[in-house]
Design a protein around this ligand. Structure first.
Ligand SMILES: Nc1ncnc2c1ncn2[C@@H]1O[C@H](COP(=O)(O)OP(=O)(O)OP(=O)(O)O)[C@@H](O)[C@H]1O
Ligand SMILES: [Mg+2]
Length: 372
C-alpha cells in the first residue's frame, strides 16, 4: 500500500452531537490523525434522526429523505475539512463513512442494522471514492455487526507484552481488550449505556444537550435501589459477543423504571444514571481485563470529569488514562477507525474481527462507491 495516501473518516454516533471528521494517513503500520474537525448537525436534523431511532409513523419516507439529507451533510463535513486543510479531492484516496444508525437489531429473527447518509451522494459531491455500510457484511457472516472499532484499537494501540483496554464512552460505551498471551488476543463488546440516558435526562429537565463535566450528576444523591433496578437489565448479564443501542437503553425503558420511583429529585436520577454507566463499565473491565492492566478512555464521555472520577474509584487496580497518551485525541478515535476501515476495504483486506462480533469469519467490510 502507498504509505502516503490520505483518508477521511466520518463518524456520527448515537449521541447525534456532531459529525466527527478526521484526516488520517497510515504509515509504519500506525494511523496518524493529521487534522480533526467536528461538523455541526442542524437541530432540525438532530430532531429528525432522534425521531427515527424509535418506531413511528411513515418511517420509509422520513428515512429516505433523511438518508439524502445526511449524505449531503456528510459530504459537507468532508469538504469543510478539506477546505480548512487546503486539500483538493485528488489528494484524498478514500472516505470511510459510518453513517447514522437509526436501528440496530442484532437479535431480531432476521438480524439487521441500518445506517443512513447516502454514500452515493457523498462520493458524487466530494469527488472521492467512499466506503460505507460497514456493518452489513459482518452481519451477513452471522455477526452482530458491532462493535467494529476493536480491530482498529488493536491495530493502533496494541503493544506486545502489555495488557490494555480501550474504553470508548459515546452514547453507548464499548470496551476493547488488547491482551497478550491468550490464543485469541482481542475481545470487545458494548458495555451498555455511555452518555445516552444522561443526555436524555438533562435535556428533558434542564434543556441542555449534555451534563458538562457531570456537574449536575455530582449535585445529586446516588439512589442505591434505583441503581440495582437499572442493573437488572438483561443486557448486562448477557455474554459477548454482544452489542446494543438506543433501542434497548431507550427513554421508554428509563421512564418505565422511573415510574416506580415517582418522587425522586431529578438530580438524583442523573447521579444514578452516571453511576449506571460507571458501574456497568467497571464490572465489564473487572471481568475481562486482568488487574494491573492499563485502561485508556476515549469518546465524549471521557471528558465528563465526574464520570471519569467514578471510574478511577471503581478501577483502583487499573491504570487509567486517555488515548491522547498514545497520540490520538479522545474525540478523534472513532472517526480515525472508519478511515482505517476504508483503507482496509480499498486494499481488499478484512476489517472485522469474528472473535468480537461472533461472525463466522473476518470479512472485507462495506460497499465501495466511486465518485463517477
Ligand atoms: N465536557 C463534557 N462533559 C460531559 N460530557 C461530555 C463532555 N463533552 C462531551 N460529552 C458527552 O459526550 C457525548 C458525545 O460523545 P461522542 O461523540 O464520543 O459519542 P457518539 O457521538 O455517541 O459517538 P460513538 O457512537 O462513535 O461512540 C455528548 O453527547 C456528551 O454526552
Ligand atoms: Mg459524537
Amino acid at each position: 500500500m502507498n504509505s502516503e495516501k490520505l483518508y477521511i473518516g466520518l463518524m456520527s454516533g448515537t449521541s447525534i452531537d456532531a459529525i466527527d471528521t478526521a484526516l488520517v494517513s497510515f504509515k509504519d503500520d500506525k494511523a496518524s490523525v493529521l487534522a480533526f474537525y467536528e461538523h455541526a448537525i442542524p437541530s432540525s436534523v438532530q430532531v429528525a434522526i432522534s425521531g427515527l431511532c424509535q418506531p413511528g409513523n411513515n418511517e420509509i419516507d422520513r428515512a429516505g429523505e433523511l438518508d439524502q439529507c445526511l449524505g449531503i451533510l456528510f459530504a459537507d463535513a468532508a469538504l469543510s475539512l478539506m477546505n480548512k486543510e487546503g486539500l483538493a479531492a485528488s489528494a484524498i484516496y478514500g472516505i470511510g463513512s459510518h453513517g447514522q444508525t437509526i436501528r440496530h437489531r442484532p437479535n431480531a429473527s432476521h438480524p439487521f442494522t441500518l445506517q443512513i447518509g447516502n454514500p452515493s451522494v457523498i462520493a458524487y459531491q466530494t469527488g472521492i471514492t467512499t466506503v460505507a455500510d460497514f456493518r452489513a457484511k459482518d452481519m451477513a457472516a452471522g455477526g452482530q455487526g458491532a462493535p467494529l472499532v476493536p480491530a482498529f484499537h488493536q491495530y493502533q494501540f496494541y503493544d506486545k507484552g502489555f495488557s490494555r483496554g480501550i474504553l470508548n464512552i459515546g452514547g453507548i460505551a464499548n470496551l476493547s481488550c488488547l491482551c497478550d498471551g491468550a490464543s485469541q488476543n482481542l475481545s470487545g463488546f458494548d458495555t451498555g449505556p455511555g452518555n445516552t440516558l444522561m443526555d436524555y435526562w438533562i435535556h428533558k429537565h434542564l434543556n441542555k444537550a449534555f451534563d458538562n463535566n457531570g456537574d449536575w450528576a455530582r449535585s445529586g444523591q446516588l439512589n442505591a435501589h434505583l441503581l440495582e433496578e437499572f442493573l437488572t437489565h438483561g443486557y448486562f448479564s448477557r455474554r459477548p459477543p454482544k452489542s446494543t443501542g438506543r433501542e434497548e437503553f431507550s427513554p421508554t425503558w428509563l421512564e418505565s423504571v422511573l415510574c416506580k420511583h415517582p418522587a425522586l429529585p431529578t438530580e438524583d436520577v442523573q447521579r444514578t444514571l452516571c453511576e449506571l454507566t460507571a458501574r456497568s463499565i467497571g464490572d465489564a473491565v473487572c471481568r475481562h481485563l486482568s488487574s494491573g492492566s492499563e485502561v485508556l478512555l476515549c469518546g465524549g464521555g471521557s471528558k465528563n470529569q465526574f464520570l471519569a472520577g467514578r471510574l478511577t474509584d471503581l478501577l483502583k487496580n487499573y491504570s487509567l488514562g486517555t488515548t491522547k497518551k498514545l497520540g490520538i485525541d479522545v474525540d478523534a478515535v472513532e472517526a480515525a477507525a472508519f478511515a482505517w476501515l476504508a483503507h482496509r476495504t480499498l486494499a481488499s483486506l478484512t476489517g472485522s474481527c469474528r472473535g468480537v462480533t461472533g461472525a463466522q469469519r473476518d470479512t472485507v467490510l462495506g460497499g465501495i462507491y466511486p465518485p463517477g
